[in-house]
Each structure stands twice: as structure tokens, then as C-alpha cells.
Design a protein around this ligand. Structure first.
Ligand code: GDP
Length: 439
């Protein structure tokens, strides 16, 4: 996410390195570089100019403390200004009414249907009874897609195949929700490839008639300036409440995230960073600014870990580690937990300093595939008792998993090192302490 922009901004700050103080002359060069980096990242020119003018003004007005270099101070100021530009603080969606209606709008392919499912799963996790409604009457596949998502996350989907009247479907769905005790209704609407009158009429009439508690506009962040323009057009007609930025896991240059709030003056409420149902995050302007500047985002990382962390599973593992019984099944279960946290490269990018270090590195969930394949080729007995795995068994496992014997040997070595470390930890009482802290 934003690798390129982070890199260019970092280079801009470096132009100040070595200078002892901030002057009109040296800050001008750096600020010009920052502006160029933002424009290259598809930030609207006016927005880029405004923000860099502010950065300059702030920088010249502040004393450089002995503890920080002018470069560090400028990074801090830039972070503050970007945070303000993206809205300052987090904004939640409003869920009011019985049922509360949430209307999802956006162009075709922006990720509306996927987001509707994610939002449903997110609200269900908070204990809400959710109904998903397929109102895309032009693309039957969209309703099918919603149904598939619904069954995956255990949420009922209301649809009326064959009915071409989106408003009628939505109204029937709301009646159905009342009868079946669903308190939150998420309505996925039809998009088009580009803004057109019929789509705008349909979505505005849905909004006027249904009076939703929240109307969200979903937009693909990879479309850069177009995303900002589309947001503007939708907002003029729809006066939506918030923006959902999708596909931030892709090769996004960051421009949309930075400009949308400022140009449209509506808060970004969610960001989506992948196709999986759990790839959804609330939008925190300060954390996003830190991420853009390559400063990492430890707070989000910790929260993600907490969300994905299964406490009972952790206790079970801890007990096994304590008894020196950690086996390959436990190893697999740990891998699953890590994968649940989302895209590995994005996760690593949240660690300060890692963003730059892993730029260009090819790591993703796929990196686990060979390890998983090897473990899954072991028999249950072998997984539970790895000391059984001798030379001939290693050959068989390699063959079964389609990996080389060398790879199997490497994994066995890693596993045995891991067990040794755990044993050591046990001797020092580390596991007991950790277990005590958890219970
Ligand atoms: P809709 O036409 O607006 O309903 O869009 P869809 O929900 O069908 O999404 C279009 C495509 O984008 C699908 O292939 C989704 O899997 C994919 N998609 C949606 N959100 C994300 C995201 O955050 N990241 C990535 N990489 N793909 C996404």
C-alpha cells in the first residue's frame, strides 16, 4: 500500500538531512519534493499545493528542538497535515431505525457487493441481526454473488429474481426484515461502468423513499483521480454520508485516499484491503497518514492481532508447549491464525521501518503454501509425533506434497529449533508466566 509515495516522501525529507535548522530556503526545496511526490501519487494538484503550503508555514513557525532533526520535525508536521486533510478523526456509520437501513452505492466493479458482505459480517460480529438485500436488478450474477457471500458468513440474503423494480424489492425486503426480526438491512444496489442518468435516478429514489440511516459510496482507490471525480458526481446527486475505499491492497498510489475527503468533504469510513471477508478496516486518518509516511501502524497491527486471536486456542497451545507436546497440527493451526489476520505484506508494512525494507519483496499468503503442503502430506501419527519422521518418510512426504526433500528437511529443522526454543522457555518458566497472564 502506497509503497511508492512513502519512498518518495522519505527521499524528500532526506533533502533536509544534515542541515541544522529549518530556513525559508532549505524547507522550500523539501516542500517542493513533497508536493511532487503527492502529485505523482495522483493527489489533486490543488490539494497537494494547499497541504504543502501549510506544511511550509508550520515548519517555519516552529522551533527545531535539540532532540529532533529538521527532517524529523518535517515528517511530524507532514503527518499532522495529512491527518487533518483526511478528516482528522475516525467517523462511525450511523445505525438507527427499526430496521436500520444502510444503502450501498457505487460504480460496477468498485467492490460494492463484496463490501456489503464484509459490512454484514462486521455488524454480525457486533451482535446485530443483519439482512442482506440484492437490489442489482441488471446483473443477476451480483445477486448470486451476494447469496454465496451470505452463506459463507451465515447471513440471510433477500432477493427477488426476475423483479426489475429495485425500489419494490427494497421495500419488500424491509417488510421481511420487520417480520423476521432483522434489525439491520444492508441494500446492495446496481452499478454501471460509468455514471449514467438511469443509475443516478434509481439510487436517488431508493435514498429518498427508504430514508436510510446511512448511505455509503464505495469506490475503487486504484482509479485515482477518477475516484475523486466519481465521488463528487455521486455526492452531488445523492448527498451520501460516507466513503468506502476499496482495493487498497492493490497498486494504489494513494491519491484517492488523500484527496477524497478534502474535495468531497465527506468522511472515509471504511477501507477494504482484499477480497476476503475479514479484509475490512475502519478508517483512521492518523494511522493512514503514518502508513503513507512509512512510519508503520503498530496500533492497527495490534488490533488486528487481537481480533484474529482465538483465546481458547492460545490457551490450548500454551498448555501443549508447557508439556513439550507442540506438534505439526499445532503448527498448522498457528499458520491459520496468522493467515486470518490478512495480507502478510500489508501486515509487515504496518511495522515501523518495515515498509521500506520489504518494498519490492515478493511475500504473501502464498509463501505458506509449501509449508502447509508438506505438513498436510504427513500422516496424523507423524504430525502428532514428529520424531517418527525418518529419512524414508521424508522422501514420501516430499513426493506427496510436490516439494523437494531439501524443503522437507528445512521445515523439520525449523520445527525442531522451534521446539528447542520452547523447551528453553519452559525451563525459564516463560510459558507458565504467559499462561498465568492470560487466565
Ligand atoms: P461490484 O460490482 O461493485 O458489486 O463489485 P464486486 O464486489 O463484485 O467486486 C469486483 C471485484 O473486485 C471482485 O472480483 C472482488 O473480489 C474484487 N474486490 C472487491 N474488494 C476488493 C479489495 O478490497 N481488494 C481486492 N484486491 N479486490 C477486491
Amino acid at each position: 500500500m502506497f509503497d511508492n509515495l512513502s519512498y518518495k516522501l522519505d527521499r524528500a525529507f532526506k533533502t533536509l538531512k544534515g542541515t541544522g535548522k529549518i530556513t525559508e530556503i532549505n524547507v522550500a526545496t523539501t516542500v517542493k519534493e513533497i508536493r511532487r511526490a503527492l502529485i505523482d501519487a495522483d493527489v489533486n494538484y490543488k490539494v497537494a499545493k494547499e497541504v504543502t503550503d501549510k506544511i511550509k508555514e508550520e515548519a517555519l513557525g516552529r522551533d527545531v528542538l535539540i532532540a529532533v532533526s529538521p527532517g524529523q520535525l518535517l515528517v511530524k508536521i507532514t503527518q499532522e497535515e495529512l491527518t487533518q486533510l483526511m478528516g482528522g478523526s475516525k467517523e462511525e456509520i450511523s445505525i438507527k431505525g427499526d430496521p436500520a437501513v444502510i444503502l450501498i452505492s457505487g460504480l460496477q466493479g468498485s467492490g460494492k457487493t463484496t463490501f456489503s458482505g464484509k459490512l454484514g459480517a462486521y455488524l454480525k460480529k457486533q451482535g446485530r441481526q443483519v439482512l442482506l438485500v440484492g437490489c442489482d436488478v441488471y446483473r443477476p450474477a451480483a445477486v448470486e454473488q451476494l447469496k454465496t457471500l451470505g452463506s459463507q458468513i451465515g447471513i440471510e440474503v433477500y432477493a427477488e429474481p426476475g423483479n426489475q423494480n429495485a425500489l419494490q424489492i427494497a421495500q419488500n425486503a424491509i417488510e421481511f426484515a420487520k417480520k423476521s426480526g432483522k434489525k439491520t438491512v444492508i441494500i446492495d444496489t446496481a452499478g454501471r461502468l460509468a455514471v449514467d442518468e438511469a443509475m443516478m435516478n434509481e439510487i436517488s429514489s431508493l435514498k429518498e423513499t427508504l430514508n436510510p440511516s446511512e448511505t455509503l459510496f464505495v469506490v475503487d482507490s486504484m482509479t485515482g483521480q477518477d475516484a475523486v471525480n466519481t465521488a463528487k458526481t455521486f455526492d452531488e446527486r445523492l448527498d451520501f454520508d460516507g466513503v468506502v475505499l476499496t482495493k487498497l491492497d492493490g497498486d494504489s498510489r494513494g491519491g484517492a485516499a488523500i484527496s477524497i475527503r478534502h474535495v468531497v468533504n465527506k468522511p472515509i469510513k471504511f477501507i477494504s484491503t482484499g477480497e476476503k471477508m475479514e479484509n475490512l478496516d475502519l478508517f483512521y486518518p492518523d494511522r493512514m497518514a503514518q502508513r503513507i509516511l512509512g512510519m508503520g501502524d503498530v496500533v492497527s497491527l495490534v488490533e488486528k492481532a487481537q481480533q484474529s486471536f482465538d483465546e481458547d486456542e492460545a490457551k490450548r497451545l500454551n498448555a501443549k508447549i508447557r508439556k513439550n507436546q507442540f506438534d505439526f497440527d499445532d503448527f498448522l493451526s498457528q499458520l491459520e491464525q496468522i493467515k486470518k489476520m490478512g495480507n502478510i505484506k500489508d501486515l509487515l508494512g504496518m511495522i515501523p521501518g518495515m515498509g521500506k525494507a520489504i518494498k519490492g519483496l515478493d511475500i504473501d499468503d502464498e509463501s505458506f503454501i509449501p509449508i502447509e503442503a508438506i505438513i498436510r502430506s504427513m500422516t496424523p501419527q507423524e504430525r502428532g509425533n514428529p520424531s517418527l519422521i525418518d529419512g524414508s518418510r521424508r522422501k514420501r512426504i516430499a513426493k506427496g506434497s510436490g516439494r523437494s526433500v531439501q524443503e522437507v528437511n528445512n521445515l523439520m529443522k525449523q520445527f525442531s529449533d522451534m521446539r528447542k526454543m520452547m523447551k528453553q522457555m519452559n525451563k525459564m518458566g516463560g510459558a507458565q508466566k504467559a499462561l498465568g497472564a492470560m487466565s
